[in-house]
Ligand binder design. Structure first.
Ligand code: NAP
Ligand code: HSE
Length: 428
C-alpha cells in the first residue's frame, strides 16, 4: 500500500466533525478502495475550548487555520464556510503552496471558483467541491463523468435542504414557517446565516456551480435571478395542492438563444413529477441531456454525515490520483455567455388575486390578461368572506414573464384589488 494521504481539516462543526468521524469509522474500507489510507494529521477550530462530538486523539489542533498549510499536509479540507475571510485566505494559501484543496463551501466556489480553478491549474493541484452542491448527491462527479458526453439543455434542482424541509413540514404538519425553520437549524441543515437558505442565496450559489459544469461557463452568481420562500403561505400551498401541484424552491438554468438564464424561485410542480415527490431535507437534481434524456438524482442534501460522504469522495479521488479540471474544462476554456433577462422566460403561471367580490371584477381581471395576450387556462373563485373579498385563482397557458408582469401591475392598480397579487411560476 502507498503512503497515507495526509489531510488537515479546517472547521470541526456539523460537516467537519462528521468527516473526521466517518474517516475513522470507515477507515478500512476507504483504504482498501483507494489503495492507501487517509490520515488526519491536523485540524483547526475557532473555539478550542468547545466540546467536540469527535475524538481528536493524535490530531494536532491549530488555533490559526492558516497554520494547516504545513509541510506534513497533502490536502487542506476547508469546512469553515463564507465566501471571503479565513476560508478564502486558507484556500488561496493552500493552492499557492501546491496543496490539494477539498471544500464544501458553495459561496466561495460560486463567487471565486474560476479564479481558484486557475490557481489550482497553475500549481497542478486539485480543487474539489463535490459537497458544495446538493450535499451527499454525487452530482458533480456525474456531470464530469457519466453525463459528460451530452449537450446539456436544462438543469433543474431542489438544492436547499432547509427550504425543502420547511415547505414539506409546513404542508404536512400545518405549522408556521418560523417554527419549522428553527427545527431545521437544530437539525444542522441551515447555514450559519439562515437568510442564505430562505432567501434563495444558497440555492443560487449551487445553481451557479451546476450551470458552470453544464454549460462550460465560469460561475456567474451575479446573473442569477433569486427569490426565496419567506412570503409563501399555507394558503398558496393548499390552493396549489387543490390544482394538482406542490410548491418547491427550484434552481433552474437553461440556454435561451445563446444567453444563459439562471433563476431561483418557488415553483408549482405537478404532483406526478419526480421533483414534487422530494421530501424533507432531501435534494434532487434533474439534468436534461441531448443523448441521455432526463436523469434525476435524489438524496440527502444537507446534514453532517451526508455532506461528509461527498467530502470524503473527493479525498478518495485525490488519494487515487484521479486528476481533473475543477469545472471539467480548463479555466482558460470556460466561456463567457451573456446572461438572459428573466423577462424572456416562457411558461405557465399561478396567480392568487384578492379582489372585491363585486359585479365586473372577473371581467376586469379577464380584460387585463387579454390586453397582454395572456391565455387563461382556468379561473376560479375559491372563497368569499364579506370583509376580506374574494380569492381568485388564475392558471395561465404558456406565456412570457413580461406579459404577466404587465397584467399583474394593471390588476394591482384596479379599484377592485384588495391585496398584492401572489404570482408563482409553474414548471413542468
Ligand atoms: P458549522 O457547523 O458552523 O462549522 C463551522 C466550523 O468552522 C466550526 O468548527 C467553527 O469553529 C469553524 N470556524 C468558524 N469560523 C471560523 C474562523 N473565523 N476561523 C476558524 N474556524 C472557524 O458549519 P457547517 O454546517 O459544518 O458548514 C461548513 C461548510 O460546509 C460551509 O461552507 C457550508 O456551507 C458547507 N455545507 C454545509 C452543509 C450542512 O448540511 N451543514 C451541507 C453542505 C455544505 P467552532 O466549532 O470552534 O465554532
Ligand atoms: N444549508 C444548506 C441546505 C446546507 O439547507 O441545503 C447544504 O448545502
Amino acid at each position: 500500500m502507498s503512503a497515507p494521504l495526509r489531510i488537515a481539516i479546517a472547521g470541526l462543526g456539523t460537516v467537519g466533525a462528521a468527516t473526521a468521524q466517518i474517516l475513522r469509522d470507515n477507515a478500512a474500507i476507504i483504504a482498501a478502495r483507494c489503495g492507501r489510507s487517509i490520515e488526519i494529521v491536523a485540524a483547526s477550530v475557532r473555539d478550542p475550548g468547545k466540546k467536540r462530538a469527535v475524538t481528536l486523539d493524535g490530531i494536532r489542533l491549530e488555533a490559526d487555520a492558516l497554520a494547516l498549510v504545513a509541510p506534513d499536509v497533502d490536502v487542506v479540507v476547508e469546512l469553515i464556510g463564507g465566501q471571503e475571510g479565513i476560508a478564502r485566505a486558507l484556500v488561496e494559501r493552500a493552492l499557492d503552496a501546491g496543496k490539494h484543496v477539498v471544500t464544501a463551501n458553495k459561496a466561495l466556489i460560486a463567487h471565486h471558483g474560476a479564479a481558484l480553478a486557475a490557481r489550482a491549474e497553475q500549481q497542478q493541484t486539485t480543487l474539489a467541491f463535490e459537497a458544495a452542491v446538493a450535499g451527499g448527491i454525487p452530482i458533480i462527479a456525474a456531470m464530469r463523468g457519466g453525463l459528460a458526453a451530452n449537450r446539456i439543455q436544462r438543469v433543474a434542482g431542489i438544492l436547499n435542504g432547509t427550504c425543502n424541509y420547511i415547505l414539506t413540514t409546513m404542508e404536512r404538519e400545518r405549522r408556521d414557517f418560523a417554527e419549522v425553520l428553527a427545527d431545521a437549524q437544530k437539525l444542522g441543515y441551515a447555514e450559519a446565516e439562515p437568510s442564505f437558505d430562505i432567501d434563495g442565496t444558497d440555492t443560487a450559489h449551487k445553481l451557479a456551480i451546476l450551470a458552470s459544469l453544464a454549460f462550460g461557463v465560469a460561475p456567474d452568481i451575479a446573473a442569477v435571478h433569486c427569490e426565496g420562500i419567506r412570503r409563501l403561505s399555507l394558503t398558496d400551498i393548499d390552493y396549489a395542492a387543490s390544482f394538482g401541484y406542490r410548491i418547491k424552491l427550484l434552481g433552474l438554468a437553461t440556454l435561451e438563444d445563446g444567453a444563459l438564464l439562471q433563476r431561483v424561485h418557488p415553483c408549482l410542480v405537478p404532483i406526478a413529477a419526480p421533483l414534487a415527490a422530494v421530501d424533507g431535507a432531501f435534494n434532487a437534481v434533474q439534468v436534461d441531456g441531448d443523448a441521455v434524456g432526463r436523469v434525476v438524482i435524489e438524496g440527502a442534501g444537507a446534514g453532517g454525515a451526508a455532506t461528509a460522504s461527498a467530502v470524503i469522495s473527493d479525498l478518495m479521488a485525490i488519494a487515487r490520483e484521479d486528476r481533473y479540471a475543477p469545472f471539467t474544462l480548463a479555466a482558460s476554456q470556460l466561456q463567457t455567455v451573456p446572461p438572459a433577462a428573466l423577462a424572456v422566460h416562457q411558461g405557465c403561471y399561478y396567480l392568487r388575486l384578492t379582489v372585491k367580490d363585486a359585479p365586473g371584477a372577473l371581467a376586469d381581471i379577464a380584460h387585463a390578461f387579454a390586453a397582454q395576450h395572456v391565455s387563461v387556462h382556468s379561473i376560479t373563485q375559491r372563497t368569499t368572506e364579506a370583509d376580506r373579498g374574494a380569492q381568485v385563482i388564475v392558471i395561465t397557458h404558456a406565456t412570457n414573464e413580461a406579459a404577466i408582469a404587465h397584467a399583474v401591475q394593471h390588476i394591482a392598480a384596479l379599484p377592485i384589488s384588495l391585496a398584492a397579487p401572489v404570482v408563482l411560476r409553474i414548471e413542468p
